[in-house]
Design a protein around this ligand. Structure first.
Ligand SMILES: Nc1ncnc2c1ncn2[C@@H]1O[C@H](COP(=O)(O)OP(=O)(O)OP(=O)(O)O)[C@@H](O)[C@H]1O
Ligand SMILES: [Mg+2]
Length: 342
C-alpha cells in the first residue's frame, strides 16, 4: 500500500453535478491541465482543496478509511472540514499518483447493492431498479450528448453506477481508461477497454471506443437489473457463456424465465413492463453498433413506457426495437432531475 505523501503544494478541484447525473473531480499531482472536460457542464461551485486536507481527512490514507478497491486503486471515505463526506480514489501507478474525489454515495455501487456486498440488506424492488436504470441512462446520455467535448465512458458497468441515499444513480469513473493511459507510458493505447461481460463484440475487432460501445455496456447493466444476475460467472450460464448470451438464448424459448423471480414475486402483473424494458436492453445489445439506439433514444423509450404508450405498436418481436433515431428533442431533462417522480 502506498503511504508516501505527494507534493503538498498541489491543489485539488472538486466538482459535481447536482441531481442525478454525475459526480466528478480529477486531480493530478503533477501536470497542468486539471480537467480535460468542460467544467461548465458541472453546475455546483468548485472547491479547491489542498493535498494536506485530504491526508488529514483520511488519517494519512489509513486502512480504517478504506471502503473499496478496484482495478485502478483503493477508495477511501473522508469527511472534509466543511462537513462534506467524499470518496477519494487513489490511482496507483509506478511513478505518479492521482487522486480523484467523488461525492460519497451511501449505498456504494449498483453491483454492491445487487450482490449485497456491503451487507446493507437493501432490496431493490422494480420501482427502485427502474429509477436506477433511468438515472444511469441519463448520466450516460449527459456524457454522450451534453458534454463538450463528448465523453465516451469506456467502462460502463454496475460497479460504476453509484447509488445515493434517495436511490438516485450516478454514473462514475468515465474515461478512466484514458485517465490512466495519460499517466502510463508503458501501457499501449491499444489496450482493450472495458470489463469482461460488458465489452461490445466490435471492440474485439478494433480498439476504437464509441458511444455505441457504451450503449452496449449499458444494455448489460439493464439486464443485470432485470435478471438480478451478474454479467459473467453464474452457474446458470454454462462455461463459455455470459449473461447476454444466456438472455439471448432464452428469448428464443420462454422469455419471461430471464426475469429476477424476486420481481415477479413482488408483483406478477409486472411482467409486461419488464418485457418492455427487456426490449430496450436487447436493442442496446444489438451486435451491430449502428442498430443500437443512442442514449437519448433509450431515455425516450423509457418515457414512452412510463407514459403508458408502450413500444408494442412499433415492435414485432421481443428483441427488435424500432431503429428510428430521429425525432427526440434534446429536452430530455438531462441537466436536472425533475422528471423522476418516484
Ligand atoms: N463515490 C463513492 N461513494 C461510495 N463508495 C464508492 C464510491 N466510489 C467507489 N466506491 C466503492 O469502492 C468500490 C471500488 O470502486 P472502484 O471504482 O475503485 O472499482 P470498481 O468500479 O469495482 O472496478 P474498476 O476499477 O474496474 O472500475 C466500489 O465498488 C464502491 O463500493
Ligand atoms: Mg469503478
Amino acid at each position: 500500500m502506498m503511504r508516501q505523501a505527494p507534493p503538498a503544494t498541489s491543489t485539488l478541484i472538486v466538482g459535481h453535478t447536482s441531481g442525478t447525473a454525475i459526480s466528478i473531480s480529477n486531480w493530478r499531482l503533477s501536470g497542468t491541465n486539471a480537467l480535460s472536460i468542460n467544467l461548465a457542464a458541472f453546475e455546483k461551485n468548485l472547491q479547491k482543496l489542498t493535498l494536506a486536507d485530504l491526508v488529514e481527512a483520511t488519517n494519512g490514507f489509513h486502512n480504517d478509511s478504506l471502503i473499496g478497491s478496484g482495478g485502478f486503486g483503493d477508495v477511501y471515505k473522508a469527511q472534509l472540514k466543511d462537513g462534506r463526506i467524499v470518496a477519494i480514489k487513489k490511482l496507483i501507478h509506478v511513478n505518479e499518483e492521482r487522486l480523484l474525489v467523488y461525492e460519497y454515495m451511501k449505498y456504494g455501487s449498483l453491483e454492491d447493492v445487487l450482490r449485497d456486498r456491503k451487507r446493507i440488506g437493501l432490496k431493490l424492488n422494480w420501482t427502485a431498479r427502474r429509477k436506477i436504470a433511468v438515472g444511469a441512462a441519463r448520466g450516460l446520455a449527459f456524457l454522450h450528448h451534453n458534454c463538450i467535448p463528448h465523453i465516451i465512458h469506456r467502462d460502463m458497468k454496475s460497479s460504476n453506477v453509484l447509488i445515493d441515499e434517495q436511490l438516485e444513480a450516478r454514473v462514475s469513473d468515465f474515461g478512466m481508461a484514458r485517465t490512466v493511459n495519460v499517466v502510463d507510458t508503458h501501457l499501449s493505447v491499444s489496450t482493450l477497454a472495458g470489463t469482461p461481460g460488458y465489452v461490445p463484440p466490435e471492440y474485439y475487432q478494433s480498439f476504437r471506443c464509441t458511444t455505441k460501445g457504451d450503449v452496449y455496456s449499458y444494455g448489460v447493466v439493464l439486464l443485470e437489473l432485470l435478471t438480478g444476475k451478474p454479467p459473467t460467472d453464474s452457474t446458470d450460464f454454462g462455461e463459455d457463456s455470459n449473461l447476454v448470451e444466456w438472455v439471448k438464448q432464452h428469448t428464443k424459448v420462454n422469455i419471461s424465465d430471464v426475469f429476477d423471480p424476486e420481481l415477479l414475486k413482488e408483483d406478477p402483473t409486472l411482467e409486461l413492463e419488464l418485457l418492455e424494458h427487456l426490449k430496450i436492453a436487447c436493442a442496446c445489445l444489438d451486435n451491430r453498433p449502428s442498430k443500437r439506439p443512442t442514449m437519448l433514444k433509450v431515455m425516450a423509450m423509457f418515457k414512452e413506457i412510463q407514459a403508458g404508450s408502450t413500444v408494442d405498436s412499433k415492435t414485432s418481436s421481443a428483441c427488435t426495437v424500432s431503429n428510428d433515431d430521429g425525432g427526440f428533442g434534446v429536452d430530455m431533462t438531462l441537466k436536472e432531475d425533475k422528471d423522476e417522480k418516484d
